[in-house]
Ligand binder design. Structure first.
Ligand code: ADP
Ligand code: MG
Length: 290
């Protein structure tokens, strides 16, 4: 069974002249980490909304095709049922926070699932520990920084133990440190396994190397779908409005200057290793010619 199975889905917002998604088919395996990218307006958020049921339960419009999460048709579930399977973290954490005290916010989801008191407490503890906020558990939410608030939003979703986690530009409002913290947590979740992650981000820096797969949207359609290396070396990727990470830019420069690296670097560290490799090769060649 697939974690997510979308078949020929199209969606047009009510009052909008054209569809936001057009004939999208996409399968995501359990435990996969998929990065959804493409320029603003390409349909990333809408695609996440057809998976978490916000389309059509909250955003009205015309939806066709089918969307299944763990084999269950999303349209057959009520919004509160969907919440136990699919968790979502959005761009603005303050819109997701429901309580004024940190630990209360994390407890809110499990309380609504009517879990036992003891289980609620352990879920609050584990989730806060995972995102590194245990020392702030008694704090008022308004006193948190943007990055801390986004980690809290993530903890509150994780406390419900969703099988699928959707993240819509979760670091867009954060500073560099906040982005690094959130991406680090996603990387850990993906490596520890179990959870299926779909991250929508128009920025690929620091994230393209973590994902198992990259899906590029353009004008509401899937333009590219492959491994990070396949997508990043595709000749059209820059023309599609996809941000090219620095490591890949280095590779492109080297490539066009006639130098070839054994593998495509996805991180700055890998790019630096590649340059060291080229230096070594060139020194050895010079030595051999002496
Ligand atoms: P992205 O997340 O990639 O920026 P969106 O899914 O937000 O893309 O937008 C896809 C298209 O749908 C755009 O043309 C956008 O204007 C339109 N759209 C998004 N949200 C709404 C909405 N709530 N009502 C009407 N149109 C919308
Ligand atoms: Mg968006």
């Amino acid at each position: 069974m697939k974690a997510i199975e979308i078949k020929e889905a199209s969606f047009q917002y009510k009052g909008s002249a054209q569809p936001a998604l057009w004939d999208v088919s996409l399968e995501i395996e359990k435990g996969e980490f998929v990065l959804l990218t493409g320029p603003t307006g390409s349909g990333k958020s809408t695609l996440l909304r057809i998976i978490n049921g916000l389309v059509p339960h909250f955003y009205e419009g015309r939806l066709s095709g089918s969307v299944k999460v763990l084999g269950v048709d999303i349209l057959s579930m009520r919004p509160n049922q969907i919440g136990t399977m699919v968790g979502s973290v959005f761009q603005f954490p303050e819109e997701q926070i429901v309580a004024s005290k940190v630990w209360r916010d994390v407890a809110f989801g499990p309380e609504n699932l009517l879990l036992e008191e003891r289980l609620i407490r352990s879920r609050v503890d584990e989730s806060l520990a995972f995102v590194g906020l245990e020392s702030l558990r008694e704090r008022e939410v308004f006193s948190l920084s943007g990055g801390e608030m986004q980690r809290l939003a993530l903890a509150s979703i994780l406390a419900m133990r969703p099988k699928v986690l959707l993240l819509d530009e979760p670091a867009a409002e954060l500073d560099a440190k906040g982005r690094e913290d959130i991406l680090g947590l996603l990387d850990r979740m993906s490596r520890e396994g179990g959870m299926t992650l779909v991250l929508a981000d128009h920025r690929l820096e620091d994230v393209v190397g973590m994902a198992d797969r990259v899906v590029v949207l353009r004008g509401g359609m899937i333009a590219l779908n492959g491994s990070p290396r396949e997508v990043m070396t595709h000749s059209d990727v820059a023309a599609m409005g996809v941000e090219i990470p620095k490591a890949i830019q280095v590779w492109r420069h080297l490539h066009s200057a006639g130098f070839s690296l054994p593998t495509l670097p996805l991180t700055i560290r890998e790019a630096a290793e590649g340059i060291r490799y080229l230096r070594r090769v060139s020194t050895e060649r010079k030595r051999a010619h002496r």
